[in-house]
Structure formats: structure tokens, C-alpha cells
Design a protein around this ligand. Structure first.
Ligand code: ADP
Ligand code: ASP
Ligand code: MG
Length: 417
């Protein structure tokens, strides 16, 4: 017998017929004798609608009430799935974040899970002999007792956290694709499914734009060594033998488990970036602190910093990117500190994209990025900024060339199927 966490995303739960299909996947594992905890997202589109309503009700809304509203989507699917399971003769009960409880920090809308009492959960599940259907995305702040949410895509994190707490043998992430691909298969039809991907690579892929898994879920998986298996909920439940070999999917695991390591594993991209260039900044000590201090205070994540070495020794230009959602606030903070920084003017653009190439193999191979520069130049794609780290590099380009750049790099590194 194994202990499993099965997480289902919004598309997999979009209507009652799909919920029935999900229930059949759960029934299959229960019938095979496994102990099962299920984690559900809201129906696809629901959370977006709830977020829109909050914005419409109050543009600068109180995050505590935002959480009260957006957490409701998962309550519906958890209850519905428990109802369908019961109807199929599978004992099941739904649990909301505050009932379990999943205790979190009080950073509303972006809360971090602090504690789940795994031993208590195991005891309760065993005594009741029920499938626990748990709402993803939600938690509760210990001191205030208020409902919190874990940030968009957060039910992946709920699932991995529960898997760690109950020491599950595997955390299955059922979604609308049958695994993690070399890049988003909706954008590049030639993308290939990966059999395995290392935590570190998945962490980079997710934080650089591949939304198939929430970043925090991979951090947790890595720390607690949770085997995360990404697979499709659209496979027919009756075609899968849970005791036979693994169905198609991608195992996110330790790099030591991956025998054949390619130099490049995948390509991620994000259009949620804005570029800010500060022109004619005095070239003297303390200026970087004067610029980035106010941004840090405003909790704005700055990325891809490029500073030009000044020719005259008097002034220089400094460029960096921020998430689009922080762009207005970053701009306002810089305008406010114009006197203290002493720059001439700002040039900004939101029509940009960050394309990133990821692979653990880059640690031991030189010249991987240089190949990309050449290939993009041949396509007349201008690179605005570059950053590199041990296992990835990122290029800032005009947004209109995103798909072309991703396809070009995908072929260049031999990832096409
Ligand atoms: P869920 O609702 O199940 O949580 P998401 O929409 O959050 O599903 O994530 C699945 C989507 O992630 C896929 O439909 C796909 O378009 C997208 N995606 C982006 N990059 C990748 C990738 N490298 N591999 C697989 N899917 C990816
Ligand atoms: N329903 C939430 C969202 O859309 C959480 C999730 O799907 O993981 O962000
Ligand atoms: Mg998701």
C-alpha cells in the first residue's frame, strides 16, 4: 500500500462531467488499496472571476477580504468531488484549509504554509477510512484565524506541502497536459515531454514563466524530497492500471536520478516584464543604493540589472526589469526619488519579454549562450539585456519576437521532437 496525494487543476474540474472523471481516477487508486488525500483547485475561470470582482469592488482592496472572496472557488469543487465520490460508493469528506488546518503566515494573497500536522492527518484518515478531499490554495493564519490564500497557482503548493506532511510516496499533479515539456506545448507544438526533470531545473522553469507548477511547490518538494509526478487528468481512468508501470508523465526529482543529462533541458518565457532605463545617472558611489533602496522598500522585485560603464566618467545609464504588476509602483517610486538620485529622465517599455534557457548541463559546458546570441542575430532579433547564472541564462527581447525566439532556441538546442 502506498500513500498518495492526488492534485487536480481547474480545467480537470471545470464541470460535473469532468469532476466525475476525476472521481474515477480517485476510485481507481482507492480500489488498488492506496491511502489517498486529494487536493483540488477551483473550476477553471472561477478564480479569475473572483479576482475581477474584488478589483471592481475596490481597486485598492484589503487583502484579507480579497482572500475571503478568492478562497471560495476551492470550497465548491471540494464539496462537489466529495459528493460525487460518495455517490460512487467511495467514502469521502471535504476539508477546507481552516478545518484541516493548514496554518500559514499572514501575508494575505501570498501566504506561506508554516505548519500542517501530518501525524494528526494520518490518524484521522485511518480512523475515518475516508478519502480526504482538501481545498488547495487556502490556509488560515494561526493568530487571527482568518482565511489566507497562497498566491495564484497555489494549490500545487498545498498538494506538495500535504505530501511532505503525511510523508506520501508520491504527489501526483493531474493537469491538462501529460507532463512537463521542453517548453510550453501550446506555443511550440514540437515541444517534447520530459521523462524526468531535476528540482533545480523545474524551479528555474517555473520562476522564469512556465506556469505548469507554482514555484513555491517545487521549493517545498526539493527541501522535503517529495516525488512530484505531473500527468494528465484526461487519460481515461479505466485505461490505467495503478499497479502496473507508470503512465505517461514527468517525474520531478533529484538530479542524481537522471541518467542522461542534456546540456539544455528546457526553455521558458514570460511577457509579464517591464523594462525601466534610468538615463544619465551620476557615476559615483551610492547611486545604486539610492535607486534600489526605495524599490526594495516598496517590496518590488528587481531583475536583469544592466549598467553601462560611462565613457566620460560623469554619468551612466542603468537598465533593469520589474514584474508588470509592479511597474506603476516602481515608476512612481523612481519619480519620487528623482532629486535624491539625480538622473535626467526615465525610458520605459512594457512591450518586452524574457526568454530563458535552462539546463543543469550548462554547469559543465561553455559557450551555450553564445550559440543563442548568434542564432537570434541571424533572425534579426535584438537582445536588450542578458543575465546568466550557473544553470540558466535569460535574454530580454521585444515581445513581438517571443514565439520566434523560443522556437529558434528550441531547435538550436536539439529539443524539437
Ligand atoms: P492547472 O489548472 O491544472 O493547475 P495550469 O494552467 O496551471 O494547470 O498549468 C498547465 C499549463 O501550463 C499547460 O496547459 C501549459 O500550457 C502550461 N505550460 C507552460 N509551460 C509548460 C511546460 N514547459 N510544460 C508543460 N506545460 C506548460
Ligand atoms: N484556483 C487558484 C488559481 O487559479 C489556485 C490554483 O489553481 O492552483 O490561482
Ligand atoms: Mg496551476
Amino acid at each position: 500500500m502506498s500513500r498518495l496525494v492526488m492534485k487536480f487543476g481547474g480545467t480537470s474540474l471545470a464541470d460535473i462531467e469532468r469532476i466525475r472523471n476525476v472521481a474515477r481516477h480517485v476510485q481507481r487508486e482507492v480500489d488498488a488499496g492506496h491511502e489517498v488525500a486529494v487536493v483540488v483547485s477551483a473550476m477553471s475561470g472561477t478564480t479569475n472571476q473572483l479576482v475581477d470582482w474584488c478589483r471592481e469592488a475596490a481597486p485598492l482592496h484589503d487583502a484579507r477580504e480579497y482572500d475571503a472572496v478568492v478562497a471560495s472557488g476551492e470550497q465548491v469543487t471540494a464539496g462537489l468531488l466529495a459528493l460525487v465520490l460518495e455517490g460512487m460508493g467511495v467514502n469521502a469528506r471535504s476539508w477546507q484549509g481552516w478545518q484541516l488546518p493548514i496554518l500559514t503566515s499572514n501575508a494575505h494573497a501570498a501566504a506561506r504554509i508554516e505548519d500542517i500536522n501530518g501525524a494528526e492527518l494520518i490518524k484521522r484518515f485511518r480512523e475515518r477510512k475516508e478519502v480526504a478531499v482538501v481545498t488547495g490554495f487556502q490556509g488560515m493564519h494561526k493568530e487571527t484565524g482568518r482565511v489566507t490564500t497562497l498566491g495564484r497557482g497555489g494549490s500545487d503548493t498545498s498538494a506538495v506541502a500535504i505530501a511532505a506532511a503525511i510523508r506520501a510516496d508520491r504527489c501526483d499533479i493531474y493537469t491538462d497536459v501529460d507532463g512537463v515539456y521542453t517548453t510550453d506545448p501550446r506555443v511550440v507544438p514540437r515541444a517534447r515531454r520530459l521523462e524526468k526533470i531535476a528540482y533545480e531545473e523545474m524551479l528555474e522553469m517555473a520562476s522564469l514563466g512556465a506556469k505548469v507548477m507554482q514555484v513555491r511547490s517545487i521549493e517545498l518538494g526539493m527541501v522535503h524530497n517529495v516525488r512530484i509526478f505531473v500527468r494528465s487528468s484526461f487519460d481515461r481512468p479505466q485505461d490505467i492500471d495503478p499497479l502496473a508501470n507508470q503512465p505517461p508523465g514527468t517525474m520531478i526529482c533529484d538530479e542524481s536520478e537522471i541518467m542522461e543529462q542534456q546540456v539544455v533541458t528546457g526553455i521558458a518565457f514570460s511577457k509579464d516584464e517591464a523594462q525601466i532605463s534610468i538615463r544619465q545617472v551620476p557615476d559615483k558611489p551610492g547611486v545604486a543604493a539610492a535607486i534600489f533602496g526605495p524599490l526594495a522598500e516598496a517590496n518590488i522585485n528587481v531583475d536583469m540589472i544592466v549598467q553601462i560603464i560611462s565613457a566620460d566618467g560623469a554619468t551612466t545609464d542603468l537598465t533593469f526589469t520589474v514584474p508588470t504588476s509592479d511597474y506603476e509602483r516602481a515608476n512612481a517610486a523612481l519619480v519620487k526619488s528623482k532629486g535624491a538620485i539625480g538622473y535626467d529622465h526615465l525610458d520605459t517599455s512594457t512591450d518586452i519579454a524574457k526568454v530563458s534557457v535552462i539546463g543543469i548541463g550548462m554547469r559543465s559546458h561553455a559557450g551555450v549562450a553564445a550559440q543563442a546570441f548568434k542564432a537570434l542575430a541571424a533572425r534579426q532579433i535584438n537582445i536588450r539585456a542578458i543575465t546568466t547564472s550557473e544553470i540558466k541564462f535569460s535574454l530580454l527581447i521585444d515581445a513581438e519576437y517571443t514565439e520566434l525566439a523560443v522556437r529558434t532556441l528550441h531547435s538550436l538546442y536539439g529539443l524539437d521532437k
